[in-house]
Design a protein around this ligand. Structure first.
Ligand code: 13P
Ligand code: SF4
Length: 314
């Protein structure tokens, strides 16, 4: 069945059911186009918190995103097209590692990137996303009256926060990183700038410092989207340093601009584990428990506090 046929069937089934489809910018463009809401991690959490009224939610993203949705909305059924879509960055941090760091620095707040497990969130003081990390770290360090925080699991985002604020971060662990974004090298930036000389380079904060420093802009996926949306008419070409789904979205929404990927392939294979056939299956089988993401109630209750605190602060 073609992508178009699958999309038409999904849209028909969606009308019949009380269901909302959420998708992250890294999903295939076919999925993005049938979603009710599209966004970055913060935007999707806000939508779950404020806008979703349906009993069922299909979350096309990775596990930590669906878990966050389930924590924020424990009475709803959060379904994932493929529950094996994880995030290797999230796996760098465990509650035990946080306990170890807390013991060494009992006075410091624990800030965890939303790309973390529910169990990790449950023992954190506050969550953050790539779009609000600087603001969150500034506010929580002010509340604790300190100039340092414990931060995990992304050491590159921690470093980005240090660059943009006067707050130091102790990284939990020292080398947590996203396997997709950390593959981008300064050489890739030099080469793509040479190829597309008058283009602006936009990268994600999960990239290493040397790459971020060479770029014109570093921000979350939604911030990159808005940078292009609000660009001047003479800013025509953009080199995109994040997962290729983002480029597909912008190329479709801004046909008057030109987009190039920072290197030949920037793909998050976990994000790409979801597909339209699985979404169609779910719409016909909303009560198939194998696809439901449910965080154990005790962990969900504890993890809700740092997520809500983040939403209040941002
Ligand atoms: P955003 O919050 O910027 O969408 O990032 C999510 C992510 O997983 C980046 O790799
Ligand atoms: Fe995780 Fe990196 Fe994929 Fe984002 S791009 S979901 S951080 S592995």
């Amino acid at each position: 069945m073609s992508v178009k046929q699958l999309q038409e069937e999904i849209l028909k089934l969606k009308k019949k059911n009380d269901v909302t489809i959420l998708a992250h910018y890294y999903q295939s463009i076919g999925i993005q186009d049938i979603a009710d809401y599209l966004g970055d991690s913060l935007g999707l959490s806000r939508i779950v918190n404020e806008k979703v009224t349906s009993e069922y939610v299909i979350f096309a993203g990775v596990l930590f995103m669906a878990e966050t949705a389930s924590i924020l909305n424990q009475e709803k059924h959060i379904l994932m097209p493929n529950k094996n879509a994880g995030c290797s960055l999230a796996d760098y941090l465990t509650p035990d590692l946080i306990y170890k760091f807390r013991k060494m620095h009992p006075e410091l707040p624990v800030v965890t990137y939303v790309n973390s497990t529910a169990a990790v969130k449950a023992v954190s003081d506050i969550s953050c996303t790539s779009s609000n990390a600087v603001n969150i770290v500034q506010k929580i360090s002010h509340e604790f009256n300190v100039n340092k925080v414990l931060f995990g699991p992304d050491s590159n985002l921690a470093d980005f926060v240090e660059q943009k604020s006067n707050i130091k971060t102790i990284k939990m662990p020292e080398n947590g990183h996203c396997a997709v974004h950390s593959q981008i090298t300064p050489k890739d930036v030099f080469e793509s700038r040479k190829k597309y000389s008058d283009a602006l380079v936009l990268v994600h904060p999960e990239c290493i410092r040397k790459v971020r420093d060479l770029a014109d802009f570093a921000g979350s996926t939604a911030q990159m989207y808005n940078r292009v949306k609000n660009s001047r008419s003479d800013e025509k070409k953009f080199i995109i340093g994040t997962e290729c789904g983002m480029l597909e979205r912008m190329a479709k929404d801004f046909p008057e601009k030109e987009f190039y990927l920072l290197k030949d392939e920037i793909t998050c294979f976990d994000m790409k584990k979801n597909n339209l056939s699985q979404i169609k299956y779910l719409l016909n089988n909303l009560d198939d428990k194998d696809f439901e993401v449910r965080v154990p109630p005790k962990i969900a209750e504890q993890a809700l506090k740092p997520i809500n605190k983040m939403l209040e602060f941002s």
